[in-house]
Write a protein that binds this ligand. Structure first.
Ligand SMILES: [Zn+2]
Ligand SMILES: [Zn+2]
Length: 95
């Protein structure tokens, strides 16, 4: 499904519960476009910052950079917004 399709979620919630179906898994709206991040999308979590998931395409990460970051379990990625506002290094290595 193209990223451009679908509902836009509120910008302030990293996780949205499905009101119609409480048993459904929560929806993770992308921190850039605020549309749902699907299981089969390439997506990355702003783990040390805002806790939003991001579509790879929305972050500007290249496919190679994305693969490297997701393959490296000790690497934490942060989004541009957190990088600028919270002074967190772009990629942090867990101790
Ligand atoms: Zn997005
Ligand atoms: Zn962030």
């Amino acid at each position: 499904m193209p990223v451009s399709a679908g509902k836009v979620y509120p910008a302030d919630q990293p996780m949205v519960f499905n009101a119609q179906n409480p048993n459904a898994p929560p929806i993770y709206p992308c921190g850039v476009c605020h549309k749902e991040v699907h299981d089969n999308d390439q997506a990355i979590l702003c783990e040390s910052g805002c806790n939003f998931w991001f579509h790879r395409g929305c972050t500007g990460l290249t496919e190679a950079a994305f693969q490297m970051l997701t393959a490296e379990v000790y690497a934490e990625w942060v989004c541009d917004k957190c990088l600028q506002s919270k002074n967190i290094p772009l990629v942090k290595f867990k101790p």
